[in-house]
Design a protein around this ligand. Structure first.
Ligand code: F0G
Length: 471
């Protein structure tokens, strides 16, 4: 919708069904967070007011998608809903072989299980956690190659998610091209702040892959959001539609992996699409063994129906404009209050530099966890620490080797919260800023051997938070 002057960012949808949110007091939240051992993953969702833990599978479907749910064809083989999904995905990717999966990591397990193995190397701008885990599980190595300037949280670069092409070429020479299993470009680059990747960067990567005979995989669960940035930041794309931009980018890949829980606008679903027939046959075998028959993967007919509609709706210009601008609204609002955010704001989330926010909290006391806990206590807001709790390691003496950055991610579910919810989040940050010098750090009292952030337990340093209080 064109308006002559900038106006308030009114959501381009109206609300037909509501899901009540429980309003709680600070005293209640202090108590339940204590009982959850200061780990918001261990909270009951019902006790959360604004849930910014992830944008994955947390979006709201449209009335057309819900109507599609009722029209789902649950036939085991060759269902109509599968035909609808296959047609939409073929049109989007231009690839002939389409495999449905229950979510993104199932597609990763299948493809990287076949391509990986001991001695193999995968190169990416940044491997997402599950991508890395699926690769390393096969015995292969996953190497991230970002340009050095992308690590500067203050620096504005239009395509801060780009892969470093020179480093890619150097790595191929160093490891030997016969050992490179694939190059993976993640758009937008989730683990690097949801930053976009330019068409120019993917085109250049395609050239490298052609010259070396390497497979190029596009991990594009946020491909529509990436297309928004290409249209508005890259020369030559101003007049293309978002869908045309996505089509052009996906045609540069040999394979496309998608967690449909993001830009598929559904609560569950994934895709693996391929050009090579022989590779697709191997993948289909694994799909049948582990997910389901080739015309449903791990999905119900109704899920496929909703996904085929979601993949069309996500390219709507009014929707995408609202989506990207509403994420920026939160990020820019925080920045203007003096909250240190990763700049520029990416597509699906705002990342806050908790170490800068709490300079008085040492890294060993997890400043990211301090912010995550304070946001819950002050405002019932849930988000995730992406710092030394999630990514830190320990040396032989048990001393923390901190993560590269102490970030906290506020991920925005699609079409779920209104601007007044986001204004509320901004107001809660006034309290956070006011009280930051009094904030206290945390120590870990329990951690599992892997992926500790999900289940770790904490205690607040310098405060008596006893087991008796929790009981
Ligand atoms: N690739 C990327 C870039 C992702 O962001 C995710 C999931 C996956 C693959 C795996 O997909 O969850 O459907 O199995 N990201 C979620 C997040 C979990 O919170 O960022 P999945």
């Amino acid at each position: 919708m064109q308006t002559s002057k900038p106006r308030v960012l009114a959501e381009p949808f109206k609300i037909k069904m509501v899901e009540p949110l429980k309003v709680t007091t600070e005293a209640y939240r202090t108590e339940v967070l204590n009982k959850a051992h200061f780990n918001p993953f261990l909270l009951r969702a019902d006790d959360v007011f604004i849930d910014l833990l992830t944008d994955s599978g947390t979006g709201a479907m449209s009335d057309r998608q819900w109507a599609g749910i009722m029209m789902g064809d649950e036939s085991y083989a060759g269902a109509k809903s599968w035909e609808h999904l296959e047609a939409v995905v073929k049109d989007l990717t231009g690839m002939p072989y389409i495999l449905p999966t229950h979510q993104g990591r199932a597609a990763e397990r299948i493809l990287y299980g076949i391509l990986g193995g001991r001695g193999k190397v995968f190169i990416s701008n940044t491997h997402f956690d599950t991508t890395r885990a699926n690769i390393e599980f096969t015995g292969a190595m996953a190497i991230d190659v970002m340009p050095a300037e992308a690590n500067d949280p203050e620096l504005f670069l239009p395509f801060k998610g780009n892969i470093d092409l020179e480093k890619v070429e150097a790595l191929i020479r160093e490891k030997g091209r016969e050992n490179i299993a694939a190059i993976i470009i993640t758009v937008t680059n989730n683990s690097a702040g949801g930053q976009p990747v330019s068409m120019e960067n993917v085109k250049a990567l395609r050239k490298i892959c052609d010259a070396q005979g390497l497979l190029l995989v596009i991990d594009g669960c946020r491909i529509a959001e990436n297309s928004y940035f290409v249209k508005h930041r890259e020369q030559g794309y101003e007049h293309k539609t978002y869908k045309e931009i996505a089509q052009e980018m996906l045609r540069l890949g040999d394979a496309f992996i998608m967690s449909a829980k993001k830009d598929g606008l559904v609560n569950i679903g994934g895709l693996l699409t391929l050009i090579d027939e022989a590779l697709s046959l191997k993948c289909k075998n694994l799909l049948i063994i582990s997910e389901g028959f080739t015309t449903y993967g791990g999905l119900a007919g109704r899920d496929m129906e909703a996904l085929s509609i979601g993949l069309t709706e996500v390219f709507d210009a009014d929707y995408l404009n609202y989506r990207i601008r509403s994420t920026a609204y939160l990020g820019e609002g925080l920045r203007s209050k003096g909250v240190p955010v990763v700049w520029p704001i990416g597509g699906h989330a705002v990342y806050i530099d908790a170490h800068k926010l709490y300079p008085n909290i040492p890294l060993e006391e997890y400043p990211g966890q301090v912010l995550v806990c304070d946001l819950y206590t002050k405002g019932g807001i849930r988000c995730v620490e992406v710092g030394s709790v999630m990514l830190g390691k320990q040396d032989e003496a048990g001393k923390l080797i901190p993560a590269a950055n102490e970030l906290v991610r506020l991920a925005i579910p699609r079409r779920v919260y209104t601007q007044s919810h986001i204004d509320y989040v901004l107001e809660v940050f006034d309290d956070i800023l006011e009280l930051r010098t009094q904030a206290r750090g945390y120590k870990i009292t329990y951690e599992p051997p892997f992926l500790r952030h999900f289940t770790a337990r904490f205690d607040k340093i310098g405060e008596i938070t006893t087991e008796t209080q929790r009981a």
